[in-house]
Design a protein around this ligand. Sequence first.
Ligand SMILES: Nc1ncnc2c1ncn2[C@@H]1O[C@H](COP(=O)(O)OP(=O)(O)OP(=O)(O)O)[C@@H](O)[C@H]1O
Ligand SMILES: [Mg+2]
Length: 417
Amino acid sequence: MAVAAVDRPKPDNSSMMGEAAKAEPITGSRLRFVACVADDVTREAVSRAVAQLGWSNAKVRAGGLEAARRSIDITTPPSLVLVDLSDASDPVEGMHELAQLCGPQTHFLAIGSINDVSLYRQLVALGVADYLVKPVSSELLCEAFASAIRSYASPSEARSTQLFAFVGARGGVGTTTLAVSTAWLLVHEFKLRAALIDLDLHFGNLALSLDLEPGRGLREALENPERTDSMLLASAMVTQGEKLPILATEESLLDQLVFDGGAVAPLLSALSQDYDCLVVDLPRTLDAMGRQVIALADATIIVTDLSLSALRDAVRLSDLAKALESRAKPLLVANQVGADHRGEIGRSEFERGVGGPVDYAVPFDVKAMVAAAHSGKALPEAAGGSKAALELRKLAARLAGREEEKPRGGLLSRFKK
Ligand SMILES: Nc1ncnc2c1ncn2[C@@H]1O[C@H](COP(=O)(O)OP(=O)(O)OP(=O)(O)O)[C@@H](O)[C@H]1O
Ligand SMILES: [Mg+2]
């Protein structure tokens, strides 16, 4: 359990490791994670957490401070180190020495068996992101890792770019439709700079749904995260009406694509320089990258229909999102509501099964979808007066943090006609 009951001061940025956090974002290079943990149970929990986050570069070793000192390769220092202080005679001094050895690029989390507020404060004052007290679950570790990355992901404390991850409970529920519609609304109704990213490099149809040729460059950016920068990405984007840039590709099915979980963070970090919001359409396979996006997201939007199969997977996705990120509870959006052919079990039964309300319910609206598909436009543009568009606007308003605002540009008035 983390020392959660005490008043936790923010890491002191004037400290050595605090300066390190400012000096280089943890996501600026391929993420290298090293954990040195003394006992088997915690080590297994750490291994499960890094697997969940998709950190293929992670090394989980037995031991504590001494093992960390011996095993860390200072020519390529790790980005994040978790070190077990249980057996350390002087944990604060040991931590200080380890930090000096690794240099300013490395960030730290500590774990131990002593629940001592003063130790916690001293470690935090050194710049350690958190001190966790054993026993710790893999869920708690996941949260701590994701939060450490987030706090160091950007050199500035307040990362202003919002990351929205859309993931479908089942295939074909309308995840891409909703991601596109939401991004369009964020740009056109809420006047935010938004970019759409399709992380399904084989089957993604985000560009296609807007009648655009997917660009080139996304794969390269993910394969060479150390070379990713905003100029390169800008040239890889295709744009609808100059206002909704899309990063997508259509890679050959002959190519088996496996990217490191840490590859996507540099891409998002580079894009965040140019956009207020990044809307990511995630494939349901949820590979390492997908998990990383959920871990980093400000909001995860689970798109579902009201069928029994989707109910099962919406619950499982919601649990995964909670395990991976601590920023906000995932939003549950039911789509194609009222479609006879989707095997609906009814909204109230679905909500009972999920154990909470559906946040938004977008009706099944063939007319609106046909209008969107035929024109190659986002649904709110092609059928702005539809009930589906109205519900999507509520979702976009929530994500834009502008729920109280009245619709602009006559969306509501068009609907009322
Ligand atoms: N609210 C809706 N009403 C009617 N049709 C819809 C609605 N939402 C989506 N559709 C239709 O459902 C189909 C699937 O939509 P979409 O491609 O967005 O789903 P997806 O979940 O992203 O699919 P995939 O699993 O292949 O990525 C499309 O033909 C789309 O037009
Ligand atoms: Mg899709």
